[in-house]
Design a protein around this ligand. Sequence first.
Ligand SMILES: NC(=O)c1ccc[n+]([C@@H]2O[C@H](COP(=O)([O-])OP(=O)(O)OC[C@H]3O[C@@H](n4cnc5c(N)ncnc54)[C@H](O)[C@@H]3O)[C@@H](O)[C@H]2O)c1
Length: 307
Amino acid sequence: MGLYLITGGAGFIGSHLADALLARGDAVRVLDDLSTGRRENLPPAASLIVGDVADPAAVRAAMAGVDGCFHLAAIASVARAAEDWLGTNRANLVGTIAVLDAARGARTPVVYASSAAVYGDCPVQPIAETAPTAPRSAYGADKLACELHAAVATEVFGVPTVGLRFFNVFGPRQSPGSPYSGVISIFAGRLRRGEAVDVFGDGGQTRDFVYVADVVAALLGAMTRRPAGHRVFNVCTGHATSVRALAETIASLSGQALQARTHPPRPGDIRHSVGLPVAAREALGLAPPTPLRDGLADVLAWLAQGE
Ligand SMILES: NC(=O)c1ccc[n+]([C@@H]2O[C@H](COP(=O)([O-])OP(=O)(O)OC[C@H]3O[C@@H](n4cnc5c(N)ncnc54)[C@H](O)[C@@H]3O)[C@@H](O)[C@H]2O)c1
């Protein structure tokens, strides 16, 4: 049994990770400023420190005595990063450096959340880890900088690190405001009420929707297997799902006919984003991903509970 720190543990992905660690008998400490996370997301057995990940003293105190750190705290929003460039940089990059610095003394392993946003609008699909990185947002630029600092932490300071480039994670507890897969919660809410959904452009834009349980498996696999050197892996399914196909699947699971209102394409929207999951599957020992339909059924069941 180990003790693990989860920064951002009161958020969507972090709280699922907390559940999984506790279920296998580990102890969990969470550092979260509750800016988007919620205390109610956390199981009672997890201890919560309310604090800022960019505050070095708070991070050092939270890191004391842990066997590993899952660093997920971030302002996970391209739009917020565009509005408050410096503020999001502090949480997303300075926060990561604070975590890596606190891990230095005891060489505490750090598994951290990067993002498919590091690839920008990649011309070659599906995207392998070897594809060029060309972020098109301050958020993606910060995530790429996190990877560079993690490489320094490993190669210069001997801190074991693994970066996970999450694609579009979805599942229960995700806020409809999420820029990644909030569309799923929004579509599900509308379609279950028999209302029309909004589709931008022709609905042919594709995303790689990865279920949160599979992301948790990747986080745990990265901490357990810890491949040598600083490595980054895509966390994705390899399946492209168009926005229209997504709406159709949710409509069919909800027993409703799909009604869609179409709007002009949103400026700057990336057309396709699909990852190649092979390297992560091999290095982290991952099972085949949860089928989209099964994950969506779980989201619908969770939404129904909240009514
Ligand atoms: N959800 C996705 O599809 C996705 C995709 C790519 C990357 N990511 C990354 O995964 C991680 C988790 O994302 P999520 O979807 O669970 O988002 P989330 O907003 O639910 O979780 C982030 C958590 O970090 C906390 N936080 C934010 N700023 C903080 C600060 N300064 N100090 C302490 N805590 C702070 C929030 O309160 C929240 O609990 C983030 O690093 C995000 O960038 C998510």
